[in-house]
Design a protein. Structure first.
Length: 455
């Protein structure tokens, strides 16, 4: 008979745990409750008190209080958490040295958040009141960056003082080290100060149409710390280093007044110009086809030069049939060189001896100014075009489309451009539909004139 190891039977009782065995648990739970309570109070402050302040600010005359309240509401949750963390330090039995370091870290984060909040308020006030000091001149990115940098630099000095770092020895060291830094950052600093001086001089401003001696021409979109952005024809952007801009000979077409004259070199043989000539596909990168006839390079060059100048300078423009195609190509779009057969006939192909006439079909309106003026979802239009829009150019959107999906009308995001592929002047067109494109264009011209008068 084999005798195995002894077996023990009974009930194993768990050892009781107490807070004395986990001394860190009670401070942790109290800290979590304190921080959560502080965060909840911050959210309640944002919802009720700050919300009420925002309501009062929206009814005031000036926008400054809206800017202040908006920035305040952004940082209140963070500040409430920091207050909760600062209170929670008293719960922990830690050495005085570590307690001081933790308190300093919380203070640094608090000062930094206040600094960024003040920077946001300063740039907001600059963006609101700056244009009032210089009407018609937007605030550049470099100006906003400098204002933000000044405020952040002041906050950095406060933070350094809070953590006990002497500033005077650092400033003395910069006298020697600053030279080395300037040499290492020569190009960025040159662009920074060149952009600052150019923007402050006021001779070249955001929105001005300029031409550099290098041949680059366009409308200034923004100055930033490194470069100047110019919007060139076709919707592209040319990035010019600020140092190059300051050293260039610049022709500003908006000075001394915003009336703009752009010279266009072209040669026109009037006996060759025909109103309905087809577009040369090579202009927009299309393939040549035997179906593309009656191409007139001089007419294409003239039309595109004028259309690009109008788009570049922000002039109200209406294009009808070929005019709409010209605007689309000028904005960087493409055409269908030869429309294939589809469910909709866009061109009357007469038999020998038969007169050329328009074909009628319906188009569906999309949300646009033209749709708002017509007040209907679809209209019947007169078409007679051999080519059509393949891809819209930069900034353009569809405002009417045929049943086969072909774009029949478009507008641009600025509300200054309207192109219709059909012929609203065709005999038989109802008066409301005949006049609609011209009335929208007239309204655009009137609004543009009012804006120019205010500037």
């Amino acid at each position: 008979m084999r005798i195995g190891p002894p077996r023990f039977y009974g009930i194993i009782k768990p050892m009781p745990l107490s807070l004395d065995q986990l001394p860190w648990l009670a401070p942790l739970l109290r800290a979590i409750a304190t921080v959560a309570g502080a965060y909840l109070l911050g959210r309640l402050f944002n919802r009720f008190i700050a919300g009420h302040l925002a309501h009062l600010a929206s009814g005031s005359h000036g926008p400054w209080d809206n800017i202040v309240v908006s920035e305040l509401r952004t940082y209140v949750p963070l500040w409430s958490v920091l207050v909760g963390l600062r209170i929670s330090l008293a719960y922990w039995p830690i050495p005085e040295r570590w307690l001081h370091l933790a308190a300093t870290a919380i203070s640094v984060v608090g000062f930094a958040s206040v600094t960024f909040g003040l920077a946001g308020i300063a740039t907001g006030l600059l963006g609101t009141y700056g244009p009032r000091a210089a009407p018609g001149v937007p605030i550049s990115g470099i100006t906003r960056a400098i204002v933000r940098l000044i405020v952040v630099a002041g906050g950095l000095l406060v933070v350094l003082n809070e953590i006990g770092i002497e500033i005077r020895p650092m400033l003395a060291a910069l006298g020697v080290g600053g030279l080395a830094v300037a040499l290492a950052l020569q190009e960025p600093l040159a662009n920074l100060f060149a952009g600052l001086f150019v923007s402050l001089a006021g001779q070249v401003r955001i929105g001005d149409h300029v031409r550099l001696d290098s041949g680059v021409e366009g409308k200034i979109v923004d100055f930033n710390w490194r470069s100047t952005w110019l919007e060139v024809p076709g919707g592209s952007v040319a990035v010019v280093p600020n140092s190059k801009l300051s050293q260039s000979i610049v022709t500003n077409f908006n000075l001394p007044n915003p009336e703009l004259a752009i010279p266009v070199d072209f040669t026109v043989r009037f006996n060759d110009v025909q109103d309905g000539s087809l577009f040369d596909p090579s202009i927009y990168g299309g393939a040549q086809s035997e179906a593309v006839y009656d191409v007139n390079p001089e007419q294409d060059a003239l039309d595109l030069s004028l259309a690009r100048a109008a788009l570049l300078t922000g002039l109200p423009t209406l294009g009808i049939c070929r005019g709409a195609q010209v605007l689309n190509v000028a904005a960087g779009g493409r055409l269908i060189a030869d429309l294939p057969p589809s469910a909709v006939e866009h061109l009357h192909r007469p038999n020998p001896g038969e007169a050329l006439d328009f074909l009628w079909h319906s188009v569906t309106m999309a949300p646009s100014r033209l749709r708002e003026h017509l007040g209907v979802d679809a209209i019947t239009v007169a078409s007679g075009h051999h080519q059509g829009i393949d891809r819209l150019g930069t900034g353009l959107f569809t405002s009417a489309v045929a049943a086969d999906g072909l774009v029949e009308a478009f507008e641009d995001e600025s509300g200054l451009v309207l192109g219709v592929q059909w012929h609203p002047e065709a005999s038989g067109t109802p008066a409301a539909e005949r006049d609609a494109p011209f009335l929208v264009f007239a309204e655009t011209v009137r609004e543009h004139s009012c804006r120019c008068a205010r500037v």
